[in-house]
Design a binder for this molecule. Structure first.
Ligand SMILES: [Fe+2]
Ligand SMILES: [Fe+2]
Length: 419
């Protein structure tokens, strides 16, 4: 016989809420925040799986997913880069919750009352072999009262791991969590938009540095770091914190190009040695934007801006510097682990993306040609362990590339997920 856990008392609720708030407030990046929202809400509700959607242009856009049964815990997966939208109406459970702004608690998706306001779509279960039982779907509501997203949790589990209906703990705490999530999501969207706007300034100078390029480089860097850190046995806390920072910081790798003149940036021919020396300064200009700061994000952004053109074998630039003061002659290039890990990762992500993109002087390279070059440069231009981590998750890299193409709207949901 199954026992219902007791309702949480006031002190429990307060402790939980403080813990969740603490977990969310330290994060900068939107994906990291959505990931953490799912981690915390699944922990509280003991749910096997969960998905977050965000309202965008009047539709629900897929944001992030966890599924212990299908994906596993803490794995690098392409599933989090799925790209589809759903209408905000009663054709789906998440759409219904977004449209009405009211939570929906379903004990068994396959035994819903025939007169329920919305029906369960079993297409996702059929396609994947997953079995959805209980579902708790909550609106994320902003302080202005607008629905900004939906959190859907699937299959609450009992001590033996069997699916059970969601308990009082989940029903009491999750609406509070959704309120905190709304604040964190809003903040993260603002950060991302601010960064994209900063990069648009650099893009005015260098049209190859588009918003899509920097978004891809940020995501490649985050996932390659994740795999690298797993291979290196980095502890989970450190991994999550750095993954959050590196995605945002990597997006700013070329922000120093705002300091380079159009004459050089847009020159249709090869740069002469003097011009190239000026061009190389974009690394130092970028790093200067972040100096004298105590924030970890600024420190990492500066480190990436400065070092993303250094090469593992010591043939890159700008080379060792004594501070960032103007008009000093740089020392010899950095090499090996003297180059910070985050910059070794962004070096690969940036080159990979440039090779696969169209440029005025070349068509996009096919994957085989790019991968052959990366293998060739393993231990030369690039850190061999970073190349290994990259190749190991190439499927995820390809999903990121498909998701963040130059200005294309997300397609409709393929078959409809569980929601
Ligand atoms: Fe650069
Ligand atoms: Fe770039």
């Amino acid at each position: 016989m199954q026992t219902t856990p007791p309702s949480p008392d006031g002190a429990d609720i307060l402790c939980e809420i403080l813990a969740v708030n603490e977990a969310l407030s330290g994060l900068k990046d939107l994906d990291a925040i959505l990931d953490r929202i799912l981690t915390e809400s699944r922990r509280i509700a003991r749910a096997d799986a969960g998905t977050v959607y965000l309202v965008e242009d009047g539709r629900l856009r897929f944001g992030y997913v966890h599924n212990d049964t299908l994906i596993g815990q803490g794995k690098v997966t392409k599933d989090v880069y799925a790209d589809f939208t759903l209408p905000m109406d009663s054709t789906s459970i998440v759409g219904h919750v977004a449209a009405t702004g009211r939570a929906l608690d379903i004990a068994d998706a396959y035994a819903m009352a025939p007169d329920a306001p919305v029906a369960f779509n079993p297409a996702f279960d059929r396609k994947t072999g997953y079995h959805t039982t209980s579902m708790l779907t909550l609106p994320v509501i902003t302080s202005q009262g607008a629905v900004s997203g939906v959190i859907q949790l699937i299959n609450a589990k009992d001590d033996a791991g069997r699916p059970v209906p969601f308990g009082p703990q989940a029903r009491t705490l999750l609406p509070l969590l959704a309120t905190m999530a709304s604040v964190a999501i809003e903040r993260a969207i603002m950060t991302r938009e601010l960064i994209l706007r900063m990069m648009q300034m650099a893009e005015l100078r260098d049209p190859s540095e588009t918003g899509a390029h920097v978004t891809r480089v940020g995501s490649y860097a985050a996932e390659v770091y994740h795999r690298y850190a797993q291979m290196a046995g980095t502890d989970e806390r450190e991994l999550k914190k750095t993954k959050d920072l590196i995605r945002v910081a990597a997006m700013l790798h070329d922000v120093g190009k705002v300091g380079i003149s159009d004459k050089i940036l847009k020159k249709p021919a090869r740069l002469d040695p003097e011009e190239f020396a000026v061009m190389r300064m974009h690394t130092v200009y970028g790093a200067r934007l972040f100096q004298n700061s105590t924030s970890e994000l600024d420190a990492m952004s500066g480190s990436i801006a400065l070092n993303h053109h250094e090469k593992w074998n010591g043939t890159g630039y700008p080379g060792r510097l004594d501070g960032l003061a103007p008009a000093q002659a740089p020392g010899p290039p950095k090499a090996g682990t003297e180059i910070p890990l985050e910059a070794r990762i962004v070096a690969l992500a940036d080159v990979f993306d440039a090779l696969g993109s169209r440029r005025s002087y070349k068509p996009p390279w096919p994957d085989e040609k790019i991968l052959a070059l990366l293998r060739e440069e393993r231990g030369a231009h690039f850190d061999p362990d970073v190349v290994d981590a990259f190749l190991d998750i190439f499927e995820v890299i390809a999903a990121i590339r498909d998701k963040y193409t130059e200005d294309q709207p997300a397609p409709d949901a393929p078959e409809g997920p569980a929601g």
